[in-house]
Design a binder for this molecule. Structure first.
Ligand code: MEV
Length: 282
């Protein structure tokens, strides 16, 4: 059985979503493919927490079951790798056992793997994004809302480098900011306005930048990523990290919004910074 689950980018609202604010998130056209293989692997990459073995158990696979995993999502970069691996393993194992799984159950079971990955601090936004796909508005504890946009958007995804901190650690850093309530409240307002604009096809570059600056103020963006975002903003783009961020080394992925990425690409190529384009909505 072959199961493909996409990765995701958080358009807006990361961290604040952990405290109950709204987040906008979209699946991307890269992801994780899993195949069940008797005697196959029960680990993926470093997998110190044993996520794959746990996902197999959650899907009620026994010791004889293993998997083969092909992933296009760099680990620890904000593209939802842990949720996508968890969901793809659970779905592949259930299909192998002749017990196909619906999205609601897959979301709930993936959430168990995600909580293991993120020290029990996940808001559920990553499992929601990778399981339901497309563009969604997510608030913890509420029904997942699919959104439609009148036009597709091209987004440039820049790899600022793998974070040295885990998502759980980054959530803790954000939660320890003494200004967190104000910042989360402001992020929540920006996200609401962004949702209103996206669904009618309006520009959101200024809001992406507002959210990006708030994440910097929250303290989850490395110095290098902050400098890069500033340069891109001066060139007229929207730029913000997408996901948990990182401080000591990389900050994971940064999304860049605009109509024509030619100038951004020249800057990134000159610095040997990797990127790819993705299309969301439509
Ligand atoms: C991680 O992609 C997004 C965070 O808000 C954590 C979460 O909501 O689970 C940082």
């Amino acid at each position: 059985m072959n199961s493909f689950i996409p990765g995701k980018i958080i358009i807006a609202g990361e961290h604040a979503v952990v405290e109950g604010e709204l987040a906008l998130v979209a699946s991307i056209d890269r992801g994780v493919r899993v195949r069940v293989v008797e005697g196959g692997q029960r680990e993926f990459g470093k997998d110190k927490k044993g996520l794959v073995g746990r996902a197999i158990e959650i899907a009620r696979g026994d010791e004889s079951i293993g998997v083969e995993i092909e992933s296009e999502l760099p680990v620890g970069s904000g593209l939802g790798s842990s949720a996508a691996v968890g969901a793809a393993v659970i779905r592949a194992v259930r299909e192998h056992l002749g017990k196909p799984i619906n999205k609601e159950e897959l979301f709930n079971l993936t959430m168990e793997v995600e909580q293991l990955a993120h020290n029990g601090k996940s808001s559920g936004v990553d499992p929601a994004a990778v399981v339901y796909g497309g563009l969604i508005a997510y608030r913890k504890g509420e029904e997942i809302k699919k959104l439609q946009m009148p036009r597709k958007r091209q987004v440039l995804i820049v790899l600022t480098g793998k974070a040295s901190e885990s998502t759980g650690e980054m959530i803790e850093i954000a939660a320890n900011n003494p200004e967190k309530e104000r910042i989360f409240g402001e992020i929540g307002q920006v996200v609401e306005e962004m949702r209103a604009r996206l669904v009618v096809g309006e520009e959101v570059i200024d809001l992406i930048n507002k959210n990006g600056v708030m994440l910097e103020e929250l303290g989850v963006v490395s110095e290098g990523a902050r400098g890069l975002a500033e340069e891109l903003r001066k060139m007229g783009y929207g730029a913000k990290i997408a996901g948990a961020g990182g401080i000591k080394s990389g900050a994971g992925v940064m999304t860049v919004w605009g109509e024509d990425f030619a100038r951004a690409k020249i800057l990134l190529d000159n610095r040997h910074i990797k990127y790819f384009e993705t299309i969301i909505g439509g």
